[in-house]
Write a protein that binds this ligand. Structure first.
Ligand SMILES: Nc1ncnc2c1ncn2[C@@H]1O[C@H](COP(=O)(O)OP(=O)(O)OP(=O)(O)O)[C@@H](O)[C@H]1O
Ligand SMILES: [Mg+2]
Length: 257
């Protein structure tokens, strides 16, 4: 169990991080959360991207969380327990932002939300090595981290910095997920590697982190993000869906004990 106040009934925290923006952290956090849930675990999803929360759009959430005393009640969607600053009314956001620090906002999202008993709390981090990542690393040293990268060199440099941050705080980095690895074009027999190839593997060898999986660029993944029906709800047994399931199996081998 986690020792931090507010999430003491959460068995495992799994943060999804990357040094770089737009590589698919939120998409992967959502689909990993759903894949865990499909295995029978009680799963929560915390949108820690306080600058640009995108989980409400990607899960098509319109509810505003209720308050009980000074605690927020997370909403339920697709069986997940979800909290995002993007769901709060302006007053709610003001409550969170009364503290000047982003770190304080993250602490409130952990400590003043009725998460209840969860097997996994998946945390979607914003890009970079700023306050949200530092707060999670400092306050939940038990958290496991999944790092997301795309194959090209410019993404890798940012990911190295992010790995360094989590290692400095001694967090368990479970491995790397390479996203947008290739595209299967209907007309070509061979996968097209739009962002180059081999980046994830190279980084995995260099940083001695397992490469947990390579997710293709997939129209259904993009559409699922836009229409609020993530791939793992719409087509869990598709090729990309099976890759998410395989990644979750590898994460569980590392974390579930
Ligand atoms: N494998 C994929 N195939 C197709 N589209 C994808 C894939 N992964 C992510 N996307 C799309 O790319 C966009 C960016 O993804 P996402 O928001 O998950 O990235 P992010 O790393 O969380 O971004 P940010 O740094 O802004 O938080 C979204 O529109 C998403 O649907
Ligand atoms: Mg995101």
């Amino acid at each position: 169990m986690i020792t931090k106040q507010g999430i003491e009934n959460v068995a495992h925290v799994l943060a999804v991080a990357s040094g770089k923006g737009g590589v698919g952290k939120t998409t992967i956090a959502i689909n990993l959360a759903l894949a865990l849930q499909a295995k029978g675990y009680a799963v929560g999803l915390l949108d820690a991207d306080v600058y640009g929360p995108s989980i409400p759009v990607m899960l098509d959430l319109h509810e505003t969380p209720a308050w009980e005393d000074k605690t927020m009640i997370p909403v339920r969607k697709f069986g997940l327990t979800v909290m995002s600053l993007g769901m709060l009314s302006e007053q709610g956001q003001a409550f969170i932002w009364r503290g000047p620090m982003v770190g304080k906002a993250i602490n409130q999202l952990l400590g003043q939300v009725k998460w209840g008993a969860l097997d996994y709390l998946v945390v979607d981090l914003p890009p970079g090595t700023g306050d949200p990542s530092i707060t999670i690393a400092q306050t939940i040293p038990e958290a496991a981290v999944v790092m997301v990268t795309t194959p090209q060199e410019v993404a890798l440099a940012d990911v190295r910095r992010s790995v360094e941050l989590f290692r400095n705080y001694d967090l368990n980095i479970v491995g790397l997920v390479e996203n947008m690895s290739y595209f299967m074009c209907g007309h070509a027999a061979e996968p097209i590697e739009i962002f180059g190839s081999g980046g994830g593997l190279k980084l995995s060898e260099e940083l001695e982190l397992p490469l947990l999986g390579q997710i293709p660029l997939d129209l259904a993944i993009r559409a699922g993000g836009d229409n609020g029906h993530p791939l793992m709800t719409a087509s869990p047994d598709s090729e990309a869906g099976q890759i998410f399931q395989m990644i979750v199996d590898k994460v569980l081998e590392e974390v579930d004990h």
